[in-house]
Design a protein around this ligand. Structure first.
Ligand code: FE
Ligand code: FE
Ligand code: ZN
Length: 277
């Protein structure tokens, strides 16, 4: 059985997300650690976490993914913004101690015309400082579409970040299908080659999660506009290949398509069917 879920709103807590996941046929989910546009995280409710963990155990939910807010830019030009990125990440990771099997995903950041070199060194510096605190949570860098000065637009850029971090043993990569396609990797016609390239440049052992999104725009567009599964330029057949690919099928899949809960429920059922369930 594939591990699949979608992005859920965290505003009603963990147990509420767990119940929602079960309702729509999911066995995992993703959520924002706080308002995606920034702001303070709500006080962690430990009773809610306990209740969620018991519920998740009973219903086979696991490998949930916490997503950092979009405002976190580890390679911002302003030192205060970089400090904010560090403080936010630390705060998120200290809360995630209570959710043992959750992973933490973040966007590497935008170098805002300082150049890739500088951007990459800021990101690896931040991760080095984070590592000093020995969090056990696995941290994922997301593959990006390359909009503006976004870093992580190519496997090479992600590899350079990972190689620059002193201890990268708890770092991985989240493969976003819309972003990778917008970044110019043809997962529609050449999925095998793309994964081969990922393996050679980054190493498949780093690949820990997949974001399943169709794309409104064509290959290499660098736009980052998600579309419903099968309604964009990637198309349903490619998603059937993705969820059944021997190198991907055991990873957790998270939908971030423009949908309400019913839409997610339909997409989960559709992809389970494509996976032969
Ligand atoms: Fe993301
Ligand atoms: Fe994503
Ligand atoms: Zn996106």
């Amino acid at each position: 059985m594939i591990r699949i879920g979608c992005h859920l709103s965290s505003s009603n807590g963990y147990l509420a997300m767990g119940k929602e996941a079960v309702k729509i046929g999911a066995n995992t989910f993703q959520f924002f650690t706080r308002n995606p546009r920034g702001g303070k995280a709500k006080e962690l409710n430990l009773a809610d976490v306990e209740a969620y963990l018991a519920f998740a155990g009973e219903h086979g939910i696991g490998q949930i993914l916490a997503h950092a807010p979009y405002t976190l830019n580890a390679c911002a030009k302003d030192a205060g913004l970089r400090q904010f990125a560090y403080d936010t990440m630390r705060d998120d990771l200290s809360r995630l101690k209570h959710l043992p099997e959750a992973m933490y995903n973040f966007h590497p950041g935008s170098h805002v015309k300082q150049g890739e070199e500088t951007g990459i060194s800021y990101i690896s510096d931040l991760l080095d400082r984070i590592n000093e605190h020995q969090y056990e949570t696995v941290i994922l860098l997301e593959t990006m579409a390359g909009k503006g000065t976004e870093l992580g637009r190519s496997f090479e850029e992600l590899a350079r970040i990972l190689d620059s971090v002193e201890d990268s043993s708890r770092l991985g990569v989240c493969f976003d299908t819309c972003h990778v396609f917008d970044g110019g990797y043809d997962i529609v016609h050449h999925l095998d080659q793309v994964l081969e390239e990922f393996d050679q440049v980054i190493g498949l052992e780093r690949l820990k999660a997949v974001h399943l999104n169709d794309s409104k725009n064509e290959l290499g567009s660098h736009k980052d506009r998600h579309e419903k599964i099968g309604e964009g330029q990637i198309g349903l057949r490619a998603f059937a290949n993705l969820v059944t690919h021997p190198k991907l099928k055991d990873l957790p899949f998270y939908l971030e398509t423009p949908n309400d809960l019913e839409g997610y429920q339909r997409e989960i059922a559709l992809l389970r069917e494509k996976a032969g369930e």
